[in-house]
Design a protein around this ligand. Structure first.
Ligand code: ARG
Length: 643
């Protein structure tokens, strides 16, 4: 099993040796930065255009036929017409060791790297830097020129399931996307705090306690806390619904009898007694006692919470995720909520409405945000109130530079209201450091045995399905040393890759067959590509520790050169991903690479080639394997070596 995100941090490279004259330019860490620097300086010399301007406009290309770097001349905003200027620049660009004479494409100036030096730089860096290749820890420094000033801190709040309730697709997506963002910011050198904000407070804990008293079992709780609490919760809710039905029908009866002028005082008294003894009412009273700090009520709730967290931790570990903080609705202090309430009052933002405290956003320049209740009629806080308290607490405790909430799009209004209230409280600065990263819905997530309740069920089910798919190929299956473990990892990969394939904002159909297929851009295909490169290394008969000594100038075929050009982009892909905050930015790159690889195998053979050519090609394949590995790790996947 691969090391987890904790070790990703150790892999992050920083460089203060040679700081560039240009902003965000790290030639030692990003191969393409050294080319940008070279082009900007040379082009500036001959044209008189500001070098930094050229530097910042040199863009990476989406396809290799557009060059390795491209300069959109209109973006330079010069007096000369772009169509003329682009030609002039192409003619004037001096002879260079690193790049070919630039080509004109419309008003773009396209630069292609010369193979010799690029081969050498890219492959030797990958082979020596290995898992850290492409990382750039300088991005997260407060001041890249002075690392002693420390790193920027980011809180990523994600997953956040509700104890005793189902772990639904929204939680799954939040877990996958949040885990990925945590890895991304880690390799960019940020100080990352992974926070799980559990739904662990509210009347439902009163309900749960009543359920446990009736249906609970200590043994079952110890064995499978999440499952047992869920069962108990379902049972007690069924009883509550039945009782509510009875109450309704009695009320109807009373109304009917009253209409007929009959005396209903006996039935009424009976009903009052029934209501007072009903599970729902008992739950309400119980939760009230929790709020009042009753020691035995709080102790039971704490046990439910602690046991659930132990179980969550095991499951998250299978996804390479480990939270720094298990926070939750229960952890928000009343003082923080009261202080926030007071600040809103003083700012003249809140008003009373039928005994409750509300905010009418219309009156504060945001008619789309509707109105929100801040304090209920009975004085109790709400989901939103707790979030307002929490945002301030987190700021005080962690002094973060940024905070990201990874939550489904359905809660967009909630988070907009939260950020707006934070501003209205006079904390514009705090609100501006926070962001909602949202995602669309998953449709039809169900196991073969019924609807999904827990993360464990989903993972077990895709693992089983994957095992079936693998068994279908008997000959290959026989060669897999530990099929149980491999199918488990491939199953997890399937779910995650399917989730990361589209843009976050789009929803998708949960499709067990499609995601576990080896055909198309799927998780198993990605794993296969990695395992194939590993197997190639094992079968080559070459000493893989000597790859760095290969003569990379022997790699001259277009397939080889294009692959190297693609590998050179990896650092830029990370920088770009930091802008999009989309896993698909990385995934598309990895699939582009695996497609290129699979069309190369027949052209660039290792076995059967001259020894020095074989060694150079193996170095290329192993470099590709390394970058594929680094990308998969970032996405939260465990690359397998055999399958
Ligand atoms: N527990 C919530 C739910 O399942 C998600 C929490 C989102 N985070 C927040 N700070 N409100 O819907």
């Amino acid at each position: 099993m691969d090391a987890t995100a904790a070790s990703l941090q150790a892999l992050t490279l920083t460089s203060t040796e040679r700081l560039s004259q240009f902003p965000d330019c790290y030639p030692d860490l990003n191969v393409m930065d050294s080319y940008r620097e070279h082009i900007a300086q040379n082009l500036s010399k001959v044209s008189g255009i500001d070098a930094e301007l050229i530097y910042t406009r040199l863009a990476w290309t989406s396809t290799l036929d557009k060059g390795d770097l491209s300069l959109p001349v209109p973006a330079l905003r010069q007096k000369t017409k772009p169509a003329e200027l682009v030609k002039e620049l192409a003619e004037k660009f001096p002879e260079s060791d690193l790049v070919l004479p630039p080509t004109v494409f419309g008003t773009h100036l396209q630069f292609f790297c010369k193979p010799g030096p690029l081969n050498q730089t890219v492959l030797s860096r990958i082979l020596s830097q290995k898992a850290s290749y492409g990382t750039n820890g300088n991005q997260g420094l407060k001041d890249p020129a002075d690392p002693s000033k420390g790193r920027k801190r980011i809180i990523i709040e994600f997953s956040s399931p509700n104890i005793a309730k189902a772990f639904h697709a929204g939680h799954l997506r939040s877990t996958i996307i949040g885990g990925f963002l945590a890895n991304l910011y880690t390799v960019l050198g940020w100080d990352v705090i992974k926070m799980n904000y559990l739904g662990d407070w509210g009347k439902q804990y009163g309900v749960l306690a009543m359920g446990f008293a009736k249906y609970g079992s200590e043994d079952a709780l110890a064995q499978n806390p999440i499952g047992h609490l869920f069962d108990v919760y379902v049972k007690i809710n069924k009883l509550i619904t039945e009782q509510a039905d009875h109450i309704k029908s009695q009320q109807q009866l009373i109304a009917d009898l009253t209409n007929k002028g009959e005396d209903t005082s006996n039935i009424k008294a009976e009903l009052d007694e029934y209501v007072a003894a009903s599970e729902d009412e008992k739950a309400r009273r119980y939760f009230k006692s929790m709020e009042d700090g009753d020691p035995s009520a709080v102790a039971l709730w704490r046990r439910f919470r602690d046991l659930s967290i132990i179980k969550y931790k095991e499951t998250y570990a299978r996804l390479n995720i480990d939270f720094d903080v298990y926070s939750g609705e229960s952890q928000v202090k009343s003082e923080s909520m009261n202080a926030a309430h007071k600040a809103l009052k003083e700012a003249g933002v809140v008003e009373e409405s039928e005994g409750a405290t509300i905010v009418d956003f219309k009156k504060h320049g945001d008619k789309n945000l509707g109105t929100a209740v801040i304090v209920r009629k009975d004085g109790t806080p709400l989901y939103l109130t707790r979030d307002i308290g929490a945002i301030v607490e987190r700021d005080e405790e962690y002094h973060f530079d940024r905070m990201i909430y990874v939550v489904a799009s359905q809660q967009e209004l909630h988070l907009k209201q939260l950020f707006k209230l934070t501003k209205l409280m006079g904390r514009e600065d705090l609100a501006s450091r926070c962001k909602h990263i949202q995602f669309g819905m998953v449709h039809g997530m169900s196991t073969r045995k019924g609807t999904v309740k827990f993360l464990d069920d989903i993972l077990r089910d895709v693992g089983d399905k994957m095992h079936d798919v693998m068994r279908a190929n008997e000959a290959k299956y026989a060669q897999v040393p530990n099929p149980e473990q491999v199918s488990d990892i491939l199953g997890i990969t399937s779910v995650m890759v399917q989730d990361q394939t589209g843009k976050r904002g789009n929803g998708y159909e949960f499709n067990l067959n499609a995601m576990t297929s080896f055909e198309g851009d799927t998780g198993p295909y990605l794993q296969y590509a990695h395992a194939r490169l590993c197997s190639m290394g094992r079968k080559s008969g070459l000493d893989l520790t000597k790859l760095g000594e290969a003569d990379f100038s022997l790699l001259t075929e277009p397939h080889a050169l294009n692959l190297i050009r693609l590998l050179a982009q990896w650092s830029d892909v990370l920088v770009n991903t930091a802008k999009t905050e989309e896993p698909v930015t990385i995934l598309s790159y990895l699939f582009k690479m695996t497609h290129m690889l699979s069309s190369s195998y027949d052209v660039l053979k290792v076995v059967g080639s001259e020894p020095d050519v074989a060694l150079a090609r193996m170095a290329l394949y192993y470099s590709a394997r390394q970058v594929l590995h680094n990308g998969m790790r970032l996405l939260g996947l465990n690359p397998v070596e055999r399958m």
